[in-house]
Design a binder for this molecule. Structure first.
Ligand SMILES: Nc1nc2c(c(=O)[nH]1)N[C@H]1C(S)=C(S)[C@@H](COP(=O)(O)OP(=O)(O)OC[C@H]3O[C@@H](n4cnc5c(=O)[nH]c(N)nc54)[C@H](O)[C@@H]3O)O[C@H]1N2
Ligand SMILES: Nc1nc2c(c(=O)[nH]1)N[C@H]1C(S)=C(S)[C@@H](COP(=O)(O)OP(=O)(O)OC[C@H]3O[C@@H](n4cnc5c(=O)[nH]c(N)nc54)[C@H](O)[C@@H]3O)O[C@H]1N2
Ligand code: SF4
Ligand SMILES: [Mo]
Length: 703
């Protein structure tokens, strides 16, 4: 394809910040990536991953053709036609032998809206699956459930402009300086001399950044004590916005009663934060004119994540910090299209935010899509970990994994290969044939990546952004969209997708699914319109009174989505630590992002020298100076880290980021999840990646 002299616009395919890049081409047709100066999200900025957005596309281990595993366990290249026959033949055989529900899919937050909707509709309406979930369960499920329960809809209220309008910002369980760098850098535009508070068990890059005013080194998993106590102090001092609470919320009286028992003295002990510091934080919140609470997976990935997120929501509600510039209980999303997955993945909710179990909802969706409502399942999917359980029990025998690498990223990951042993057929659709999960597959389908396809993403501030194709995918690789089209053809259900000829025509169909919902963006006329506006935030209904300003937040009218129009105060008793810390396993293992340049399971960033060099080749564990000294461990020494599940060998990185009694490993090494403890939040079923009991030793035991 000749692209010379053409300009392309590409929303970044890494994090959910949703930066936009301009791609120009040099004389030889080589693309040059620049940050888009005019885009309201990034305003000419980007992090290292964004600038390297196309660098992992042309590499040796790209899957450039479908591969099938032969009897000697070798991967053999085959044609698309043969691959599709294999896929469909095996999945249909499994359904014939074990029933319709014996096949399932696991997806992602990193494909486009059009692809999400296509996969979900194809799998559930075309191929007859009931069960399908995504890696967003590992990431955002807690925020989704927290908002749904508190507001009546999954509706993150903020806009990035709030980072510039707040005078108090509290970052809770978020290492934004490396996870969402451009969001974090937006605070530099804030002219209010804001107080930025970082609450994290680790003294992270965010905690030590020059933007940060105060750092609270909270003990891991003690945050509910802190948040309930602060609520209690606000009440004791009469620092509550009574008018807002009375008019716009419900459940406050009961909440007040529930939290009365959380006092400064015991909370200081539980959290490791002094009484003075706790009181000071309550006062900062009270004195702030526009206070915003920002959280991420340090909150979400916990055994009481939903209630923790809601404890932050409660603080915003009781102080009236919502719906006004610079305020909000604001959950930042993770992957480039995690928000789109929330609307279109057809996993937990029926496409567009409808309900599988309601006949009227099924009829509405069927009408919009122009299909028979009889093909839509009447029941909800099992959650991710329950799908794996069903595989273990032999109830699910065929699995289709799209754009995720669970053999590395799933909690207690040793189990994953054992679990998939029970499958009769595993299909993995990825850009590379080398991922840990692809290596377990019976069939690998070669997918195009961001930069090689058209479509749309939705970012953390609810902005729909455009991706334009810059390069052709290599060899026989196809966009996920095109793969779904071919699967539909081979399966014999392409009549359901007559209007889905290309991504933009699919967009025209799926936007209608949002009509009348809080995330209505049916007013977007075309891809060109998205480009012209610099992305468009939902809601953007087709009615005349749509708002067109650059930044928009929700709830400026104080009306929430519950039937009574009110937001709810939600809370629970605080549960003990998920796994016992004792003499044998005396340390708390925290896991998370390691640096600005490394992405998840490192399949993309690992191939770009400029990014890859940020992550040490050998897996490492961060341990405090005191603990290292007590254990006689020296810097860079190999140590053994064991949990109740496995033992691994890693290098010791000694220093001040972690406190005594806590250790940290980045999730980017496949060893990390061998140790994590499989516990799930009661409401969201999100895994608690950030707490496991471990032992660290300089002597090795036989493994
Ligand atoms: N460079 C880079 N950026 C990324 C990603 C990446 O892989 N690399 N991934 C993207 C995705 S999908 C996501 S979900 C986001 C994640 O973005 P973040 O949430 O910022 O990432 P994490 O490092 O997993 O966790 C955040 C912090 O939570 C803290 N934490 C752990 N336990 C607790 C606790 O009990 N209480 C509190 N208050 N804090 C706790 C950890 O110490 C950590 O610093 O990043 C996105 N951006
Ligand atoms: N211990 C621990 N584990 C964690 C976390 C943690 O904090 N601690 N965080 C969790 C979180 S928040 C997340 S989001 C997950 C992420 O976990 P994963 O989703 O497993 O991680 P990725 O490496 O992003 O995997 C995406 C895969 O899709 C491929 N890919 C990229 N683009 C495309 C495309 O356009 N199409 C197709 N078909 N394939 C593509 C990539 O090559 C890669 O193999 O990890 C979770 N695991
Ligand atoms: S901040 Fe996120 S969206 Fe922006 S360039 Fe970096 S990875 Fe891409
Ligand atoms: Mo995530």
């Amino acid at each position: 394809m000749s692209m010379e002299n053409k300009i392309r616009y590409l929303t970044c395919g890494y994090c959910s910040t949703g930066c936009n890049m301009i791609i120009k081409f040099d004389d030889k047709g080589k693309p040059i990536v620049r940050a888009n100066l005019d885009y309201p999200v990034n305003q000419g900025k980007a992090c290292p991953k964004g600038f390297q957005l196309l660098s992992h596309l042309n590499v040796d281990d790209r899957a450039t053709t479908p591969y099938i595993r032969d009897h000697e366990n070798r991967f053999i290249p085959i044609t698309w036609e043969a691959a599709l026959q294999e896929f469909v033949g095996n999945f249909k055989r499994i359904q014939n032998n074990y029933g319709k529900n014996s096949i399932a899919f696991i997806s992602t937050g990193q494909i486009t809206n059009e692809e999400h909707a296509f996969l979900g509709a194809l799998a559930k309406f075309g191929m007859g699956m009931i069960h399908g979930d995504g890696n967003t369960r590992q990431c955002m499920a807690t925020s989704v459930v927290a908002y749904k329960q508190s507001f009546g809809w999954d509706a993150p209220p903020f806009t990035y402009e709030d980072l510039e309008k707040s005078d108090v910002m509290i970052f809770f369980g978020s290492n934004a300086a490396i996870s969402h760098p451009v969001i974090w850098w937006r605070i530099q535009n804030n002219l209010n001399d804001p107080t930025v508070v970082v609450i994290d068990p680790r003294k992270t890059e965010t905690a030590t950044d020059e933007i940060t005013s105060l750092y609270y080194p909270i003990k891991a998993k003690s945050e509910l004590y802190l948040l309930y106590t602060i609520a209690n102090i606000l009440i004791q001092n009469n620092w509550v916005d009574g008018e807002f609470v009375n008019t716009h919320t419900s459940g406050f009286k009961e909440f007040k009663k529930h939290i009365a028992k959380y006092t400064l003295e015991s909370t200081a002990r539980k959290t490791g934060i002094s009484e003075e510091q706790i009181s000071k934080l309550a006062e900062i919140i009270h004195k702030g004119k526009a206070v915003s609470f920002w959280w991420m997976v340090g909150v979400n990935q916990a055994h009481q994540g939903t209630r923790t997120a809601q404890a932050l929501i409660n603080l915003a509600l009781m102080t009236g910090n919502i719906g006004k510039p610079g305020t909000g209980p604001n959950s930042i999303t993770g992957q480039c299209n995690a928000m789109g997955a929330r609307i279109f993945s057809n996993t937990t909710a029926l496409l567009g935010g409808y309900d599988f179990t309601k006949e009227s909802d099924r009829n509405t969706v069927a009408k919009i899509l122009g299909i028979d409502s009889g093909v839509i399942p009447h029941v909800n999917s099992a959650s991710y970990e329950k799908i794996l359980e069903k595989i273990k029990e032999g109830k699910i025998k065929g699995l289709w994994v799209v754009c995720t690498n669970p053999a590395h990223s799933w909690i207690n990951s040793n189990e994953f290969p054992e679990i998939v042993e029970n499958l009769e057929y595993l299909v993995v659709q990825d850009m590379y044939y080398t991922t840990e999960t692809a290596q377990l597959a019976n069939l690998i389908l070669p997918a195009a990546g961001t930069g090689e396809k058209d479509g749309t993403f939705v970012n953390s501030e609810r902005r729909i952004g455009l991706l334009q194709k810059v390069l052709d995918p290599p060899g026989e690789a196809l966009s996920d969209f095109d793969i779904f089209n071919r699967v539909a053809d081979t399966w014999g259900c392409s009549h359901l997708f007559k209007r889905w000829t290309n991504p933009e025509s699919a967009f025209q169909v799926i936007k209608k699914l949002t009509k009348g919902k809080p995330w209505d963006f049916s007013g977007i006329e075309s891809y060109q319109m998205i480009l012209d506006h610099g992305g468009i935030q939902w809601p953007y209904p087709s009615s005349k009174n749509k708002k067109t300003d650059t930044y928009r937040r929700l709830f400026d009218d104080g009306v929430f989505y519950h039937e009574d129009g009110k937001a709810q105060f939600l809370y629970d008793d605080i549960l003990p630590y998920p796994e016992e810390i004792n003499q044998d396993y005396p340390f708390i293992l925290i896991t998370g992002r390691g640096n600005i340049s490394t992405w998840h399971t490192h399949t993309r960033t690992g191939k770009v020298p400029l990014l890859a060099r940020k992550l040490p080749k050998d897996p490492y564990i961060e341990i405090s100076t005191t603990d290292a000294k007590n254990l006689g461990i020296e810097e860079n020494q190999w140590v053994q880290v064991s949990s109740r599940r496995d033992k691994i060998k890693v290098k010791a990185l000694i220093g001040g980021r972690v406190k005594e009694g806590e250790v940290f490993m980045p999730m980017h090494y496949k060893e990390t999840n061998k140790l994590t403890f499989p516990i799930f939040d009661e409401y969201s079923r999100e895994p608690g990646y950030k707490f496991a009991a471990v032992q660290v030793k300089k002597d090795f035991e036989p493994i």
